[in-house]
Structures are given as structure tokens and as C-alpha cells.
Design a binder for this molecule. Structure first.
Ligand code: AMP
Ligand code: ZN
Length: 494
């Protein structure tokens, strides 16, 4: 399969270091606030990449850090009169909670910066010993970019050209403006740890590098993050690894495109953001996933609530199709004898499964994969309407299973989405007692009895009763939908 390596700006055949295994690392969040949906897009992209590699049979080891000590955390703590540790603990928990809601698989390894001080100090000592880092008069330790001949290779930058354009932190402790802090001397009131260079805390670029080395070993197969991390974060990570252990940090560097609003990058500092929490409070996680995966992970993604509403409808199209297929298979069993229509549907399922893999094998083209899934939905709906009542059970169920499985590779859980409607309100029992003399106590049974009673009333042109049943159902937040396979209840659209 082909994977785009941002270091060489082209797709390459994926060649795992150890056959059948992939070790990957994705830079995690700085835990000072709820993450926004831009951050979530990057995490989602790598969740799907990981899921697909697993689907292809790779044994994937996935690590992601939590940056739980940083200027932003310290500032937030000072604003709120709390300790940095309290802020970091709260937002680490909130991050993990939102990741779960979004259907992101937990990493196998989740190191936290504050618990990895020793590994970082070992790496810094090694860099100082080898002449790649120096201790400044104030107790900071800096990486010397001039000591690394390969500096700039990952992001394709030349130090001398950089000097003119890029903004860097001006600091009279540095020998070169592009030198970056591996260790920051403690300021009063800041969290700090003892070190050979005095009390202090690690620099951001240091943590990922030391953690990768400790937990996965270098080089790893895939290192990921958002495209905004290429420079300086990843450039600095790879420089440290190359100088410390004389080996690249990663074979393949993958970067997710930015989520934008009105063509501008979503970011906390611009204030143009929505938190993942507020979006998931209003929309199903599966719809948000669907929206994001309809764009290739490397391309910029323009977010709008109109587009998200569109994704909600698309998701409904998918779940309705799966439900109708299952309904048809249950209510009109026809085994064995295949009609032309059955064969056509069977072939469409085979083709969809193959084309899905072809798309995803091409640098995780989820947009292409979803187009294949929706193509299959069209074939299924055509089959259902043409073969109403004559659907062949095995073919119909296979089509339903294929839709569910392909979506599952993308982390879109159609079955769970469909099941949400299963918790029918108990008031249906009373309604069925009133209009259909139902005397049981099962809402699902009551629902079927009501639908039959409505059908009977309609066929007898007894519109008053049919409408009263429909209205009673509507008052419970449900609606009657007439499908090719018969009437059924579903949640009312608002
Ligand atoms: P941070 O907590 O700022 O380090 O960000 C966590 C992750 O979110 C990093 O991988 C960033 O590259 C990524 N990220 C930040 N803003 C966006 C955005 N607008 N779209 C996509 N990814 C983003
Ligand atoms: Zn990192």
C-alpha cells in the first residue's frame, strides 16, 4: 500500500521495519483546555489510519503522549488560581472522555511528560556530551541547530533562508536564534524537577523524542501529527533523535491537513473554534466522523454546520439502508434461488469491497472509500425497491454486513447508530392498548401491533383511526416511515 511521506513529498510503498508490525506515534494535545474540532480532525485521521492498518492485518503499536507541563498550562493555572498539575489532570481526563465519545481507540501507550523526566534528562545529557547541546548561563539547555548538518531536512528549510523569514523566540541565552530549549530553568511558582542543570522543566520538543525512544525504539514506522507541527516541532524532534542516537526518528512522516473555518485555520488563538465537546453535544459522533472523512486527510477541510447537517442526512441514508436490508431479510425470507437482481447485488458487494480497499491502499483515501460505500447504498436501495418482497436472504444480509463492516473500518458504527432507535418509549403500550386492544407490556410488540392496526385502518379507509395512531406516535417523538419492506417506526427528525 502507498503512504505519503511528507519528508520526501511523495507516496511510497509502506515497508514496515519488522514484517507485519507497525510502530506509530502521534503527538498528543497540550492539556490546558477542551480540544477543538481541528485538533480532533488530526486525531481522527490517525485513528482511521491505525484502524485500517489493523484491518490489513498489521500488528499496530500506537503511542500518543499528553503534554501535561507547558507554558499554556501554567498560564491557565495562574489565571484560575490552581496548580498546573490540577489543570493538567482535569483536561487530560476531559480529553480522554471526548476521544471516547468520538470513537477514537485508546493508544496502547499514553506517556505523560511529567512522568518521563528521567528519559528526557538522559537524552539531554547525551546531546550535551556529544556536542549537540549546551547549558546557558541561566540554567536553560539549548539544542544547537548548527551542530546538526541535517537540520531543516524534514521541513525542507535551509537555516540561512529561515533566518530572514521565520519568527523565532528571541532570547539572549541562545547562540543561534533557531536553537531551541531542551530544558527550561525554573521560574518562581512554576512546576520544576531537579536536574544536573538545576531546577527546571523539559521543553516541548524533547518529550516526544524521548518517549518514542523509550517506548517504541527508534526509528519507528510512522510518526504523525497536524501539518502545523512539521516546523519547528517535528524538525526539532528528528534533529534530537539523529544527533542523540544516530538514527532517524521515523521512517515515514505523516501530516494531517488543517481544519478551517471560512478558509482560515481553526485555532484557539484566533478564537474561531468549536470545541469537540460542544459539537458532540449537538451531533452524533458518527456524523462528525463521516463529515471529516469525506475529505482526504492531507487536504484542508472546510468546516461548517451546513456541511455537518449534510453529513447527518448521509449517515441516515446509510443506517436506513442497513435497517431496510435487515428488515427485508427478516420479513420476506427467500432462500437459495438467485434471480438476476440478486446476482447483480452480490456482484456490487464484491466490487465495493475491492474498490474500498483500493482507495484506502492509496494513502488512506477515505473520501474514495466513502464514495464506494455510498455507491453500494444506491445499489442496495435499487435492489430493495425493485425486488420488494422478493429479496434473497443471504444476498441481502451480505450487503447489510458489507456496509456495516466497511464503515466500521472507518470507525463509523452503523449498527450502534441504528440501535439507538431501539429504546422504544413505554407509552407505546398504552397507545396500543387504546387503538389495538393490546394487552401485553412490551413496547416493541406494541409498536408492531400499532403499525398493523394503522395499516388495517388505512386499508379500510378508516382515516380517523389511522391518523390518530400516527399522531399518538408523533407525540412520543417517533414517526411512521413507509419503507419498501413495510412500515416501521423511527426517531422523528427535527
Ligand atoms: P496542540 O495541542 O496545539 O499541540 O494540538 C494538538 C494536535 O492538533 C496537533 O497535532 C496539531 O497539529 C493539531 N491541530 C491544531 N490545530 C489544528 C487544525 N485547525 N486542524 C487540524 N489539526 C490541528
Ligand atoms: Zn511531538
Amino acid at each position: 500500500m502507498l503512504v505519503y511521506n511528507s519528508q520526501v513529498h511523495r507516496k511510497q510503498e509502506l515497508e514496515p521495519i519488522e514484517p507485519g508490525k507497525i510502530r506509530m506515534y502521534v503527538c498528543g494535545p497540550t492539556v490546558y483546555d477542551q480540544i477543538h474540532i481541528g485538533n480532533a480532525r488530526t486525531f481522527l485521521s490517525f485513528d482511521v489510519i491505525r484502524r485500517y492498518l489493523m484491518y490489513k492485518g498489521y500488528e499496530v503499536t500506537f503511542a500518543q503522549n499528553l503534554t501535561d507541563v507547558d507554558d499554556k498550562i501554567i498560564n491557565r493555572a495562574n489565571e484560575q488560581g490552581r496548580s498546573a498539575a490540577e489543570v493538567a489532570t482535569e483536561y487530560s481526563e476531559k480529553f480522554i472522555e471526548q476521544m471516547h465519545r468520538f470513537g477514537i481507540l485508546d493508544p496502547d501507550i499514553r506517556p505523560r511528560a511529567t512522568r518521563e523526566i528521567e528519559a528526557m534528562q538522559e537524552m539531554i545529557s547525551l546531546l550535551i556530551d556529544q556536542g549537540n547541546a549546551y547549558e546557558a548561563a541561566n540554567g536553560d539547555v539549548y539544542f544547537s541547530v548548527r551542530s546538526d548538518h541535517a537540520y531543516g531536512v524534514l521541513s525542507g528549510r535551509d537555516l540561512d533562508q529561515l533566518r530572514a523569514g521565520e519568527r523565532v523566540e528571541v532570547n539572549d541565552q541562545k547562540r543561534d536564534p533557531f536553537d531551541f530549549a531542551l530544558w527550561k530553568a525554573a521560574k518562581p511558582g512554576e512546576p520544576s524537577w531537579p536536574s544536573p542543570w538545576g531546577e527546571g522543566r523539559p521543553g516541548w520538543h524533547t518529550e516526544c523524542c524521548a518517549m518514542i525512544h523509550r517506548y517504541l525504539g527508534t526509528p519507528i514506522d510512522i510518526h504523525g501529527g497536524g501539518a502545523d507541527l512539521v516546523f519547528p516541532h517535528h524538525e526539532n524532534e528528528t534533529a534530537q533523535a539523529m544527533c542523540a542516537w544516530h538514527a532517524p526518528l521515523a521512517n515515514v512522516w505523516m501530516h494531517a491537513g488543517m481544519l478551517q473555518i471560512n478558509e482560515e485555520k481553526m485555532s484557539k488563538s484566533l478564537g474561531n473554534f468549536y470545541t469537540l465537546k460542544e459539537v458532540l453535544d449537538r451531533y452524533p459522533a458518527n456524523a462528525v466522523r463521516l463529515l471529516m472523512l469525506q475529505t482526504h486527510y492531507r487536504a484542508p477541510l472546510d468546516f461548517s454546520f451546513d456541511r455537518l447537517d449534510g453529513a447527518v442526512s448521509s449517515l441516515e441514508r446509510l443506517t436506513t439502508c442497513v435497517q431496510n436490508l435487515r428488515w427485508a431479510a427478516e420479513s420476506a425470507p427467500q432462500d437459495g434461488v438467485l434471480s438476476d437482481a440478486d446476482r447483480v447485488l452480490g456482484a456490487a458487494v464484491d466490487a465495493a469491497e475491492q474498490e474500498f480497499v483500493q482507495s484506502m491502499d492509496d494513502d488512506f483515501n477515505t473520501a474514495g472509500g466513502l464514495a464506494v460505500v455510498f455507491g453500494l447504498v444506491t445499489s442496495c436501495n435499487k435492489y430493495l425497491s425493485e425486488a420488494a418482497g422478493q429479496t434473497e436472504t443471504a444476498v441481502t444480509l451480505r450487503a447489510a454486513d458489507a456496509l456495516v463492516e466497511l464503515c466500521q473500518v472507518l470507525g463509523i458504527e452503523l449498527e450502534a447508530e441504528a440501535k439507538k432507535g431501539e429504546g422504544l418509549p413505554h407509552e407505546l403500550v398504552d397507545l396500543a392498548a387504546k387503538y389495538a386492544s393490546y394487552d401485553g407490556d412490551d413496547p416493541a410488540e406494541a409498536a408492531n401491533t400499532l403499525l398493523e392496526a394503522r395499516q388495517t385502518a388505512r386499508s379500510q379507509k378508516n382515516w380517523g383511526v389511522a391518523d390518530a395512531i400516527r399522531d399518538g406516535i408523533a407525540e412520543l417523538g417517533l414517526m411512521v416511515e413507509d419503507t419498501p419492506a413495510g412500515a416501521r417506526l423511527r426517531a422523528k427528525k427535527d
